[in-house]
Design a protein around this ligand. Structure first.
Ligand SMILES: [Zn+2]
Length: 451
């Protein structure tokens, strides 16, 4: 595409949370239409130069004529469309992705998902170099085209697999580094970290630049496992990221145990816990106590609404009764950072998806009722996950930063979340990228011929 290096995007609407309060004060809320007030959108113009945002002006009645040299500079008219920073997707499973056709989860349960991945990865041994490389890269192509700038993926690390997986991941991390910042978390049973192999594995993660993680289960040894992990992570200065309480059992309280362990060990690095579903089926007192501990331990919470809706409460020939998601609003209300992420994509844990964070936000809004009000929930797919990932240059719209932006034709959240927005414009370093999605046939020989 051929935008000039210096231009303005005029007549855009940016969510207030991405606009400096001093700029917002210049344009009183009373001057805004009811839609802009309700949706907390700021009408403005952006100046882009050499790939960076260099100026943001409030769209006051005369700003276009008085403050922008419209004669001498190129303009892109957003026509009141919403403009947001590129997305950050903090919880994915790129290594499992796009295996649905060869190993579907035909009963749709969590156990069925575990069985399907075991079959695909271990029994059939499908996760060889080329298979992983092409499926993960397919996911990256989708993510990039949809407007994602940073991804954290969990990587299944059984002993026979992890060397291949880490090799593929590190090659793709390097190849894609100018387009998508990639992070990886180990996905192993926590018991692994109390073995001598676990110590060596922690070194491997540190050398690799990864994050320690795994699935926390309510086992008698859980506190012992957590103590070991926090020690290993502290010694190596690593963040941690757990799967916690991905079930509807009120007695599943691994999130609480992680928070208690983090406080006891005075753990300083960032902790992220994903799923936390059972928090929503616990009595109010228990849930409130856990939320207070999570706040104290400064744990970031990731909710995965699409995957939870799909797997939770699935019983054959019975209609599901609950949505499966954690207490996002209650966690948010006390100031805990709550991110929304995509989780699995076309694999036994979730049979659908396209690595599109707008779709994730759209479904998350509907499943979690984040439309009443929309408030600043757009942060949950942009700045919040970016902060939890330690990425200062992702999920923001800031003067002097790269113009990595997504522009929609939608002028309000209702319009935004009612269509797939396949005609969105994704700017990277100020240049509109090709948003054509990869063709599914790219994977045909892997998916249909291998098994
Ligand atoms: Zn997950």
């Amino acid at each position: 595409m051929s935008e000039p290096s210096h231009y303005w995007i005029v007549n855009a609407r940016i969510p207030n949370c991405f606009i400096d309060s001093s700029l917002r004060e210049l344009y009183p809320e009373a001057n805004l239409t009811p839609t802009l007030q309700r949706d907390r959108l700021f009408p403005c113009h952006l100046e882009i130069n050499n790939g960076c945002v260099v100026q943001i002006l409030a769209n006051s009645p005369d700003s276009l004529t008085s403050q922008i040299p419209t004669e001498s500079v190129a303009l892109i008219d957003a026509k009141q469309g919403m403009l947001i920073p590129c997305f950050a997707d903090i919880h994915t499973h790129l290594d499992k992705g796009h295996t649905w056709e060869r190993n579907p989860n035909l009963d749709g349960t969590y156990q069925g998902a575990l069985n399907g991945v075991y079959l695909d990865c271990t029994e059939q041994g499908n996760w060889r170099y080329e298979d992983l490389y092409r499926r993960i890269e397919f996911g990256l192509k989708c993510s990039y085209a949809h407007g994602t700038k940073a991804i954290r993926t969990h990587l299944d690390c059984p002993p026979h697999q992890y060397a291949t997986t880490l090799q593929v991941f590190s090659e793709l991390r390097e190849k894609w580094k100018d387009k998508i910042t990639l992070q990886a978390v180990s996905l192993v049973p926590l018991s692994f970290f109390v073995t001598s192999d676990g110590e060596t594995f922690a070194d491997t993660i540190a050398d690799f630049g990864g994050i320690i993680g795994g699935i926390a289960r309510m086992l008698p040894e859980l506190d012992q496992y957590l103590a070991s992990i926090f020690r290993l992570a502290t010694e190596r200065n690593l963040d941690v990221d757990f799967h916690t309480d991905e079930n509807d059992n009120p007695d599943s309280r691994t999130l609480q145990r992680v928070a208690v362990a983090a406080i006891e060990h005075d753990f300083a690095a960032q902790i992220v816990c994903g799923h936390c579903c059972s928090l929503a089926v616990q009595d109010q007192e228990t849930a409130a106590a856990t939320i207070a501990l999570v706040k104290q331990a400064e744990i970031g919470i990731v909710t995965l609404p699409m995957c939870n809706l799909y797997l939770q409460d699935r019983v054959a020939e019975r209609t599901p009764r609950w949505r499966g998601v954690t207490l996002a609003k209650e966690l948010d209300a006390v100031g805990i950072s709550v991110a929304i992420s995509s989780d699995n994509c076309r694999d036994p844990f979730y049979g659908f998806g396209d690595h599109d964070m707008l779709q994730v936000f759209s479904m998350g809004t509907k499943i979690l009722h984040l439309d009443t009000p929309y408030d600043n929930w757009i942060e949950s797919v942009t700045s919040r996950p970016a902060n939890l990932m330690g990425l200062a240059d992702v999920g923001q719209i800031a003067i002097g930063q790269a113009a990595d932006l997504v522009l929609f034709k939608a002028r309000s959240y209702s319009e935004l979340l009612s269509r797939p927005q396949s005609d969105r414009t994704v700017f990277r370093n100020g240049i509109a990228i090709d948003t054509t999605l990869p063709d599914y046939s790219e994977l045909d020989d892997l998916i249909f011929l291998k098994t």
